[in-house]
Structures are given as C-alpha cells and as structure tokens.
Design a protein. Structure first.
Length: 224
C-alpha cells in the first residue's frame, strides 16, 4: 500500500528536497504541495493524504491553525499531521501537539529518519520519542511560572473521571514520556499488561495517538 503525503511549507527548496526524497521510495508518494496553511487545509480535504508534513511558520494560516483544522475534521480522521520545526523546543510545538499533531520533526532531519517517520506515523504511531517528550514537558512546566497552565477541555474532564486509579497512574507515566516497557518496569507489570492499559486509555480518552495522551496528562495536571 502506498503512503500518500502532502507537503506544506512556504519554502520551495524545502518542498523540492522532501519530494525528491519521498518519491524515491516505492511505498511513498507526494500527492500535493501547499505554500501556506489555507492551501494545506484545502488540499488535505481534497486529496485525503495519509500524512501531512506541516511547517509551523507559514503565511495566511500558520501550521498550528492548519493542524487544528485538519485534525478537527471528522472526514480527515485517517490523516496524520507531523509538524516541521527549525528548533527542537519551538514555542509552537506543544501547541501543535495540543491541536492534534502526531509529533514533530526537525527540518534538518537525516533523510532516512524522515522516511521512517512518515511510515511510523502512517502506521498510527506517535512520532514522539520519550526523551523528547520529557524535554517538552519540562520546558512547558517551567513556563507555567510566566503563564497559567492550560485548562483541560470539558470532554477530557468527563473522560478522566472514567479512569481507574491504575489508569490515571499510567496516564501520568505516559505523560512523563515513558514507553510501555518503561511503564511495565516501573510498576512491576508485564509489558503486555502495560500495553493493554495504554490501549484502554486511547479508547476511554478518545485519543488519536500517544502524543495526545501526553497532552491530556499535562492538561490534567498529572505531570509536574
């Protein structure tokens, strides 16, 4: 099965480089290019790509707003968004994850890492390494001294009440960036049991992927 990719970046050279790289793979195909956020949303609706590589800073509509528009559209439930950023702790990255992005990549990513990332996200996994999650959370927890912590959405409040104490504990560990194996070791569980608990969190919280669980844990005040 071919993975269909939409490129959204206002820099022509960046789009050309990504297109050449991705189109060289038998299972990847670039189906469209967008030069701004408005075009990215429009093309996502029309082309229904599997993955959108979304630049953060674009004219007319920025990558954060475009990501929210795509992930918030029920008709695009099968489309995953990966944001592209120049800085690892770009101030917009956490906002993009809150908007429903499945993760982020640095623009200077190694070619094979970009190819692998598209495949990982298309497979429904989050492109958010545990160590990166930890740094993101630490950065934004520190930022609370300047700005108030975000308030959980009403639907998250309600869904959190359906969790068992063990599931709340595991959600907190996911929020800290732990993998299933790390959670299993920390709680002295089998890896399969840990995986089952995380799967239940996806269902109960209506999360698209692991990146969204991290955001929910942060907004619920479980990470600090």
């Amino acid at each position: 099965m071919t993975i269909r990719v939409l490129l959204a970046d206002d820099q022509t050279l960046v789009r050309a480089g990504f297109r050449a790289l991705l189109d060289s793979e038998d299972d990847l195909e670039v189906v469209g290019e967008a030069v701004d956020g408005v075009s990215a949303v429009d093309q996502a609706r029309t082309l229904r790509p599997d993955v959108v590589l979304m630049d953060i800073r674009m004219p007319r509509l920025n990558g954060l707003e475009a990501t929210a528009a795509i992930t918030g559209n029920p008709d695009l439930a099968g489309t995953k968004v990966v944001v592209l950023t120049t800085f690892e702790l770009d101030e917009y990255v956490f906002g993009a994850l809150r908007a429903g992005a499945s993760g982020f990549l640095l623009k200077d990513v190694e070619p094979q890492a970009l190819i692998d990332a598209v495949r990982v996200v298309a497979d429904g996994q989050a492109l958010l390494a545990p160590q990166v999650t930890r740094r993101l959370i630490e950065a934004f927890v520190s930022a609370e001294q300047v700005a108030p912590a975000p308030t959980p959405a009403p639907e998250h409040h309600e869904r959190l009440e359906t969790l068992t104490p063990r599931e709340v504990e595991i959600l907190a560990l996911v929020g800290r960036g732990m993998s299933n194996h790390e959670i299993a070791a920390h709680l002295v569980l089998s890896p399969l049991t840990a995986k089952t608990h995380v799967s239940r969190l996806f269902t109960k919280l209506g999360a698209r992927d692991r990146a969204q669980l991290v955001v929910i844990a942060y907004e619920a005040g479980l990470v600090g």
